[in-house]
Design a protein around this ligand. Structure first.
Ligand code: NDP
Length: 296
């Protein structure tokens, strides 16, 4: 391996320390404890793990954690009523509805019911519009974490060629917006892109958010490029369950200038950015100075 390893786990710990400092400041200046409400509908095992981890880290940085676990057959009306209550609750500064929701619930309707100022996932249509027009918004956690790592590694990203593979609303599109905001020349690739290998080879920054294990091999990576691997794929390896990214780590790390591992790269930064968004929301709600370095 010749690439520098971008250690998301270590960077996330640093972000959490900064969040804890701002939580203490909000407590001292406004006399309130920033609070995050997480809503989980059903018993999806991966979602349960994420929700547990989010709750634990929320408390560790000094914030209040409110967990709402609802039955899988919860009605849309009951879920919307819960969101209305959380919107009105002054102890709650951030609301996250864990996705995916069971099929009978309309995710867009549910997400758009959240007060945009409490929408710490940044998925509400108002926040999407604000981000797209370069205005102050709540920024989706995974792309925000990727951007923070890129800024930490490079300083300025201005003028770099960035390729984002994947065009989902939660990762690919907001990632591209953020890179554009930092003056990269951005290409968004997807399943219909022609000659994806050639497109990837043009990238100074390559972000993979596809959901296909080890799909991007080292010979698609420009020598010296920075590779951010968002993918989280569970595979069987020699009879053991293993997590791998969308990038073939070993071959890519032999060519890239820097690369994030899976696990230990983007994943830990996503939760750290959720905590960052919550303290930012609490500061804004109380008219306090914007926490520096925790948002774009
Ligand atoms: P989606 O399934 O919503 O989107 C996947 C995207 O990849 C689509 O735009 C799709 O294109 C594109 N795609 C699929 N196959 C190919 C292909 N063969 N060539 C090029 N593009 C392709 O996934 P998400 O954006 O939600 O997640 C992507 C990955 O990131 C997953 O592994 C997920 O687990 C992980 N993830 C990790 C997070 C973290 O915290 N680290 C957080 C969120 C997600 P098209 O639109 O044309 O179908």
């Amino acid at each position: 391996m010749t690439a520098t390893l971008i250690d998301g786990k270590a960077f996330a710990a640093k972000v959490r320390t900064e969040v804890a400092t701002h939580v203490a400041r909000v407590k001292a200046e406004a006399g309130i404890t920033p609070g995050l409400a997480v809503v989980l509908v059903g018993e999806d095992p991966a979602s349960q793990v994420y929700v547990r981890s989010k709750g634990k880290q929320t408390v560790e940085v000094g914030m209040a954690s409110f967990e709402h676990r609802l039955e899988a057959d919860t009605s849309e009306r009951a879920l919307l009523e819960l969101i209305d209550r959380l919107n009105a609750d002054p102890q709650v500064h951030g609301i996250l509805v864990q996705l995916p929701l069971p099929d009978h619930l309309d995710s867009d309707l549910v997400i758009n019911r959240i007060d945009p100022t409490k929408d710490v996932d940044g998925f509400h249509i108002s926040n999407v519009g604000l981000l797209g027009t370069g205005q102050k918004s709540m920024v989706p956690c995974t792309p925000l974490g990727c951007l923070m790592m890129l800024r930490e590694h490079h300083g300025s990203l201005s003028g770099m060629n960035a390729v984002v593979v994947g065009r989902s609303n939660i990762v690919g599109k907001p990632m591209a917006q953020l890179l554009l905001g930092d003056s990269c020349t951005v290409t968004i690739a997807h399943s219909r892109t022609r000659d994806l290998a050639a497109v990837c080879r043009g990238a100074d920054i390559l972000v993979a958010a596809v959901g296909r294990p080890r799909m991007i091999p080292g010979d698609w990576v420009k020598p010296g490029a920075t590779v951010i691997d968002v993918g989280i794929n569970r595979i069987e390896d020699g009879g053991k369950a293993k997590l791998v990214g969308d990038v073939d780590f070993d071959s890519a790390a032999a060519v890239a200038g820097a690369i994030t591992p899976v696990p230990g790269g983007v994943g830990p930064m996503t939760i750290a950015c959720l905590l960052a968004n919550t303290v930012v929301a609490a500061a804004r709600a109380n008219g306090l100075a914007e926490p520096q370095g925790l948002t774009v």
